[in-house]
Design a protein around this ligand. Sequence first.
Ligand code: ADP
Length: 269
Amino acid sequence: AHDLVIEIRIVPYTYDEYLLLARDVTQVSRLNQMRKDFIANVSHELKTPLTVIQGYLEMYRDYDMQIPINPKSINSMLEQSERMMSLISQLLVLSRIEANSESLFDQVIDVRKMLAVIESEATQLNTHKNHSIQFVIQPDLMIYGIEDEMRSAMTNLVKNAIHYTQPEGEITVSWSLTEQGNALFKVEDNGLGIAEHHLARLTERFYRVDKARARSSGGTGLGLSIVKHVLQHHHSELMIDSVENKGSSFSFEIPQDLVLLEQPLKQAN
Ligand code: ADP
């Protein structure tokens, strides 16, 4: 439901004739709008934590340092600066991914090893939540791809499942071969779920279902757009199944031509 944007030009053709040229610039104007929105969003997201920090600092300055420093205010300032830090580092990840033109076939990713690291990070994150988290991994299933990117896509999906599931939830992470020979990564949770009308916009930068909830989880709203870009590079796309208050499943298939079923022979240099 986007309006059509048409650019019209009248140019001389012969001495008494003119040409009317009409060009569909809908796409160009949409991209422009998206760029403007993005800059506005980034500015807003960075300003919010700075406002909090500045507020406390001004309060202390105006009281001439005579009021004792409240540890709560220090914690709050720290929290806000951590927010800015993670926002900036995710923006950098995103722009690096967008600019990346590395070949997919330079690296073989040992996904089993990568998921072992992700599993131990998940265990650390999970200490407050006490979810039961299962990793079900087909060990010899490897893929060609860009390792850093794939790690950040998989990590984002696992972290989201932990964040958006109530304590004592159940999360399953699986890596397996489909009948068609594709590699399937899937993260399932029985958490908060997402109402259907949000699903189509979920991978947009800064799109969040519930701002308050996302903020308290430390989210930046960039995670799923990073996932989307990584998957585009790997000829894949994110599939989301979710039912509000029941749970979600986020998955993607890496196509067969990027799949390897055993360690390739080490090439002699
Ligand atoms: P954030 O940094 O806010 O987590 P993401 O781009 O990773 O940003 O996710 C966008 C939004 O999608 C989140 O704010 C959250 O509302 C929703 N979401 C993502 N993963 C899940 C999940 N597993 N369960 C429920 N909601 C989710």
